[in-house]
Ligand binder design. Structure first.
Ligand code: NDP
Length: 435
């Protein structure tokens, strides 16, 4: 807190991890001798730069850009790039910190990183987005590479943005080795990568429900967001017979009392990915209740909540409202969507609560599989990637149980994920000496 007084999101993420790993940490005196916590609290390095680009009117615009290389003890730096007006160094540091432990949990060899800009693609033309992405990579390309640091998408960065960034990277670096995941299918992208975070979150949820003998069919699920993670979460849930009762964006929430249909889902995909429209337009098209400026948590009737938009989007009051109506599970698609107050409520109520670090790790896992395919110059079938994804989510669930099960059998997934993720990174850091 003394070192980073102006970084509230970063401090929030660090405190959550430290408080849950404390007991384990104290069991190993060598961890303290190696000063591991302090080393993990300071990213390996941070690149920050100005990105200047020209808009469609010929006006020069300037944005900030960053890449946080947090830790590479278990593999090359790996983590997405976020383009959103709210982006700042504190947010990217929290995401990079979380990414290190998440990537450790995936069982694949990847370190943690994150990057981004306060540029927002919303309302920009394709050409403006392309010029921005190219300018961003002209600054960043020297710091990344297939075996050093592999970026991917995140909020505001989907297939279009990754394509433009990868194109410029390839040109500058004069190589074609697959630096970047989430690429288009035609140039090295993995099947199931777009779906992976949402599908993976549902697979994790199924593992949790199974521990209590609960069936997903017929359950009412509230989802926030309507981007990559939210839409593929919804698609998988529909295929399993669950009812998706909400979607949202930063302008408001649509409630779907009878559950989203596949036809409506296809409309949302087209609206968001082709027309880059708003969730309000979906509500209007199907004459569904729309709540401007509201989040789903206090306005929908649901059994399960899957926050899939952004950090701190579900606070203590939201958690209490969800619990009051008998929510049985919360599985996070977004990174750190629940505030510390909300997490406290979920744990005290002993519901099934999965932090994003575990539940949304499917995305980066398939990114790891994309890296493996690129190295082999091979492309695996959708079935093969999907079955590996299911296995990885089951493995992550198993690690959470191993490190998070309490004496009465309750699984504290927050503790489980943090301790499991930390132990592997800690051992790798000690084995490699003081760097
Ligand atoms: P997208 O940009 O595809 O979608 C983001 C969605 O969240 C949009 O509906 C957006 O609405 C909404 N949103 C963004 N910021 C805010 C905000 N400040 N308040 C309210 N709503 C907001 O991003 P993704 O779906 O890829 O990412 C969603 C979350 O999942 C993020 O937390 C991300 O870090 C996490 N995640 C993503 C992974 C991936 O593979 N993509 C992997 C693991 C985690 P609007 O259009 O109005 O901005």
């Amino acid at each position: 807190k003394r070192r980073f007084p102006n970084e509230p999101e970063y401090i929030q993420a660090v405190e959550e991890v430290i408080t849950t790993i404390e007991d384990t940490y104290n069991e190993y005196p060598e961890f303290e001798r190696y000063n591991l916590i302090e080393r993990l609290c300071i990213p390996d390095r941070i690149f920050s730069f100005r990105v200047s680009w020209v808009d469609d009117k010929g006006q020069v615009r300037n944005n900030m850009g960053w890449r946080i290389q947090h830790n590479n003890a278990i593999g090359p730096y790996k983590g997405g790039i976020r383009f959103h007006s709210s982006v700042n160094q504190s947010i990217l540091k929290f995401l990079a910190f979380e990414q290190t432990f998440k990537n450790s949990l995936t069982t694949l060899a990847m370190g943690g990183a994150k990057g981004g800009s306060d540029f927002s693609p919303r309302g920009k033309s394709d050409m403006e987005v392309m010029r921005f992405c190219q300018a961003f990579i002209q600054e960043l390309w020297r710091q990344i590479g297939a075996d050093t640091d592999v970026p991917a998408g995140d909020i505001g960065v989907g297939g279009r943005e990754v394509g433009y960034m990868y194109g410029m990277y390839k040109k500058m670096a004069r190589e074609n080795t697959g630096t970047f995941t989430g690429k288009g299918r035609e140039f090295g992208g993995s099947l199931i990568r777009p779906e992976a975070t949402g599908y993976g979150n549902v697979y994790f949820l199924l593992n949790m429900l199974q521990t209590r003998g609960i069936d997903i069919a017929g359950k009412r699920v509230a989802i926030s967001g309507s981007g990559n993670v939210a839409t593929y979460t919804a698609e998988k849930l529909i295929s399993l017979g669950a009812k998706v009762v909400s979607l949202s964006d930063s302008d408001g929430t649509v409630v779907i009392p009878d559950g989203l249909t596949q036809e409506q889902m296809d409309y949302v995909f087209r609206l968001k990915n082709i027309y880059r429209g708003r969730i309000r337009e979906f509500a209007e098209e199907y004459e569904l209740p729309y709540h401007p400026g509201e989040r789903p948590w206090q306005i929908v009737d649901c059994d399960i909540a899957m926050p899939s938009a952004t950090q701190n989007e579900l606070d203590g009051d939201d958690a209490r409202a969800l619990l009051k109506q008998g929510v049985i599970a919360v599985s996070e698609g977004a990174n750190m969507p629940s505030t510390p107050d909300a997490i406290k409520e979920f744990l005290a109520a002993r519901i099934l609560y999965a932090p994003g670090k575990a539940a949304n790790a499917g995305g980066v896992s398939v990114s790891g599989l994309e890296m493996a395919q690129n190295s082999q110059k091979l492309s695996w079938s959708a079935e093969e990637v999907d079955s590996k994804l299911r296995q990885i989510m089951a493995d992550i669930h198993h690690q959470c149980e191993l490190f998070g099960k309490e004496s009465d059998g309750f699984v504290n997934y927050v503790k489980g994920a943090n301790v499991a993720g930390f132990m592997k990174v800690a051992r790798a850091m000690m084995a490699q000496g003081i760097l």
